[in-house]
Design a protein around this ligand. Sequence first.
Ligand code: FES
Length: 240
Amino acid sequence: MTEAAAGPVQVRATVLTLRRVDAYHALTLVAPAIATRFRPGQFVTVAVGGPETSLLGRRAFVVHDVYGSAPLFALAAKLTDRGSSVDFLLGGQSADRVFGALTARRSGRSATITTADGSLGARGPVTVMLEQVIREARTEVIYASAPVPVLRDVTALAARYSIPVQASVDVAMACGIGVCMGCVLPVTGTDGITRIVRACVDGPVFRADLVRWDDVGTIPFDALGAPGWKPKAEGHLHAG
Ligand code: FES
């Protein structure tokens, strides 16, 4: 299912291939109605077992390829088409966990890689190389997809350089349709009020400076609707 301007699309898809890509499994489905509407950042939720199944939960998957693109890779392709320069910074636990390194090297202006065990590129999380990439590439915008602790660190580092970050949050999604509340996180609106939002239907891409990264996994006491929440007292200033 993918959320386009006209709403979610639900289709029956045929499994074309299931193959191993390093430490991952890549599933290729024939679903032209989704492929033609897909936009970077969207995901699909897959139900299996047919109408009689006891498997009620769907599972959310990011889309790697729509006949030649991927979540951040699809975005990179679009940005490149529009004349922007794209610098990739990819990370993983080990060399076989770095997804899309070849594509990044082929299609980016630069591709920097880090691994936790040092088996490919610099040793450590992506943040060990982020400042260097920002300085060398004169980064204007960061598009990040990563687990929450990494997104938190990327956001904090980017703030020092006043670089806006769009973050695609990598949280567990059980239903993918806004029902189970398994994917919630606190996000502060431009009105200053923190709301508990669902990554699957309200995201999964958020303005990173509005996400309360340190409070992900909790319901902050000052979030709208939390047990301790009270509307802020309104102040009025009279002049003259
Ligand atoms: S995954 Fe169930 S509400 Fe988001």
